[in-house]
Design a protein around this ligand. Structure first.
Ligand SMILES: NC(=O)c1ccc[n+]([C@@H]2O[C@H](COP(=O)([O-])OP(=O)(O)OC[C@H]3O[C@@H](n4cnc5c(N)ncnc54)[C@H](O)[C@@H]3O)[C@@H](O)[C@H]2O)c1
Length: 254
């Protein structure tokens, strides 16, 4: 299926790793020009190199999404912003009693305020252009209660409701806004969690986490990227204000 991303100018936050990298690569494969935003320069440049090695057009932009000015500086003034993917995010483990105020602030500043900063800067540009697409990476915790994820759930619930709010407010400007709600996806995000919390038991816990999803496995970043490319393409022109489960049945079959 031709996804009509040729010539589109796209941005992917957190494009230096995992899901963001897979989305950046997939967008490029569909013909888009990709700006890879990340606070980690080495990883962001690695994504760009991979895309260029495959013949694609990609550029790295350093940005910490928790900082509004840093996001502003990352936008290329001479190019349109056709597609923006709010993917960068960090995890947090613990029930409310294991979540001190500093941890609550850290997660809020990146996962909630970061998405706000990016959208705040990008929406006026899209409005002036006469349209655009924003895609947010939420989570299954946006919709269901998962144990020991208090701060993370707070943040991903906000990603879902910010998606709906933006979709509502900008529908008349030709701007679509959707989010994807993945269950566990095998990325460095998961590996870092296992290393930190289960040192020496990573393999055992990886299997346990995989079995906890009805299909007995985690999603791959490429599977998220497939849906992302579709939702950001003109093929999805009638789709806005949706929260797609990409979860191997986890949300409804538990
Ligand atoms: N992996 C999963 O199981 C899973 C499931 C559901 C949702 N998600 C969401 O998907 C998104 C990507 O997750 P991933 O697993 O690919 O993570 P990852 O840790 O592999 O990659 C995240 C990237 O974001 C960057 N980043 C983090 N904070 C940033 C900041 N303040 N400014 C700029 N860049 C920043 C990191 O440097 C990294 O390159 C996150 O929002 C996460 O919450 C992940």
């Amino acid at each position: 299926m031709d996804l009509h991303l040729q010539g589109k100018c796209s941005y992917v936050t957190g494009g230096g790793s995992g899901i963001g990298r897979a989305i950046a690569e997939r967008f490029s494969a569909e013909g888009a020009r990709v700006f890879v935003l990340d606070r980690d320069e080495a990883k962001g440049e690695e994504t760009v190199e991979k895309i260029r090695a495959g013949g694609g057009l990609a550029h790295f932009k350093h940005a910490d999404i928790a900082d509004l000015e840093s996001v502003r500086h990352a936008i290329e003034p001479e190019a349109p912003v056709d597609v923006w993917v709010n993917n960068a995010g960090v995890s947090s483990i613990g029930a409310i009693e294991e979540t001190p105020p500093e941890e609550m602030d850290r997660i809020y500043n990146i996962n909630v305020k970061g998405l706000y900063h990016c959208s705040y800067v990008v929406l006026p540009i899209m409005r002036k252009q006469g349209g655009g697409v924003i895609l947010n990476i939420a989570s299954l915790v946006s919709k269901i209660g998962v144990e020991d994820r208090f701060a993370y759930s707070m943040s991903k619930g906000a990603v879902l409701t910010m998606t709906l709010s933006i979709a509502r407010d900008y529908i008349s400007h030709g701007i679509r806004c959707n989010c994807i709600c993945p269950a566990r996806v095998h990325t460095p995000f998961v590996d870092a969690y296992l290393e930190k919390n289960y040192p020496g038991r990573e393999k055992e816990m990886f299997k346990k986490l995989s079995r906890a999803q009805p299909m007995g496995r985690m999603a791959s970043p490429a599977e998220v990227a497939d849906l992302a490319a579709f939702l950001c393409s003109d093929r999805a022109a009638f789709i806005t204000a949706t929260a797609y489960d990409l979860d191997g049945g986890t949300t409804l079959l538990r």
